[in-house]
Design a protein around this ligand. Sequence first.
Ligand SMILES: [Zn+2]
Length: 188
Amino acid sequence: MNVARSRTLARRRIASRRADLAALASTDTLTEIDLRMMRRALRLAAGAAAVGEVPIAAVVWRRTGDGIEIVAEAANDREATGDPTGHAEIVALRRAGERLGSWRLTGCSMAVTLEPCPMCAGALVNARLDRCVYGATDPKAGACGTLYRIAEDTRLNHRVEVVGGVLAEESVALLRGFFRSRRARRRG
Ligand SMILES: [Zn+2]
């Protein structure tokens, strides 16, 4: 993503969980669980940066009788696998399908640190996912509201509820830090 263009987002400082919710009041369906899952995805993304992957990660979860079950999670692994489809969302959906023994992920939600691209947004629809909560918007590839609205396109056979901008500044900070240190390494 174009990190520089997200600088304004990064300037917003969110001090507490309560402030998180207040700042995100426009996304009225946002829940504490969404925030918890996004924090988990952000930690996973930070781990990916440490092994040279672009820091983007996704967590798939579902509600159970008495709480939340993490169904699958993944970070972007394109560098390690050489797989052009190795985006965090695709890897997480694949693992979720394996885990549940079904491609149909009805009842599941995803938190992903960066707005899904067209490929991943298409995969969310194909997986029949209930909801997608994303962090930073992606002006170069965002397909859940920025360039396209694939997940909510009524012409398709399934719609995924989308909540965007959740803890976006943390995601932007991770991405910016990663690209900055990569540029520094290349210069050095
Ligand atoms: Zn993608």
